[in-house]
Design a protein around this ligand. Structure first.
Ligand SMILES: [Zn+2]
Length: 281
């Protein structure tokens, strides 16, 4: 009696396994039908080990416009982004472009060995007016905390699904420092890192190690090489020219934030060195 029961359970298991296999097989296979003929596609028998996601970067933006204009621009014009987070708390996150398609949000851009980041990034636009000039200074608009929380939840989901590395979560100004300021120095990168584990931040102890590095005879060439090593698109000209100032400003927007004058100093350099040590070995 006992042996018969065991046999029955074994048979049931085999049937379940077979049933499971069958459904998976059907899922991975398909038939192409065109007017020129049909072909069977087998997506089960062989699959490649060598593959990764096309989505390597996430680029954060602010829209520089109010909600209505932002929606109109992103939905009806020649610029677009995958996601839009508005300035209304009870509104959903809008999904404007399929994640597998290119959205037109990055423009001429580069990071490390990558250029044209529309090809391999997901763009998130956040409704925020950007900045106004006051007494020759840029005055930026705050992001409400609920808007940052919404952004973080979306980021966590994307990071998990596409296995996006912390060093590939960037602002528009990081990948286009000569043209762009967004998401600006009030975008809370540090809080995203500290509270949600999103993106890059430096370790204070490592930064401390480099606190005197700048005063010990750092040349413009050294600065340019460190910025380039980190990922910025910069030409090593061996002088503090306009393009270098813009890249330093972009770096400060992201990592210094209280100061974004484009002037390299001890603090900015120590942070840059600490980040390179942590992320660009
Ligand atoms: Zn942008």
């Amino acid at each position: 009696m006992k042996a018969a029961l065991k046999r029955a359970i074994l048979l049931l298991n085999i049937l379940l396994i077979l049933a499971g296999c069958t459904s998976v097989t059907e899922k991975g296979n398909r038939v192409i039908n065109t007017k020129m003929g049909s072909e069977r596609v087998d997506g089960i028998t062989y699959t490649s080990k060598g593959q990764n996601f096309r989505q390597r970067f996430i680029i954060l933006h602010y829209t520089v416009s109010d909600r209505e204009r932002s929606i109109d621009l992103l939905a009806n014009k020649d610029v677009s982004s995958h996601y839009l987070i508005t300035d209304r708390e009870n509104e959903p996150i809008y999904y404007l472009v399929d994640e597998n398609k290119r959205a037109w949000h990055a423009g001429i851009s580069s990071w490390g060995s990558f250029s044209n980041l529309n090809d391999n990034s997901i763009g998130i636009e956040i409704v925020n007016k950007g900045f106004v000039m006051k007494d020759g200074k840029m005055n930026f608009y705050q992001f409400p905390s609920w808007q940052i929380h919404k952004t973080a939840v979306l980021l966590l989901d994307l990071i998990k699904r596409y296995e996006i590395e912390p060093q590939n979560i960037l602002g528009h100004s990081d990948i286009a420092p000569q043209r762009k300021q967004d998401p600006g120095p009030l975008f809370p990168w540090k809080e995203l890192y500290r509270d949600y584990g999103i993106g890059m931040w430096y370790d204070d102890t490592v930064k401390e190690k480099y606190k005197n590095a700048f005063s010990e005879g750092v040349t413009p060439e050294d600065v340019q090489k460190e910025l380039k090593k980190f990922g910025y698109g910069i030409v090593v000209t061996k002088e503090y020219d306009e393009q270098t100032k813009n890249v330093i400003t972009a770096f400060q927007f992201h990592f210094i934030q209280y100061k974004y004058d484009g002037v390299m100093d001890a603090e900015t350099y120590a942070v840059l060195k600490a980040l390179n040590e942590k992320y660009k070995k």
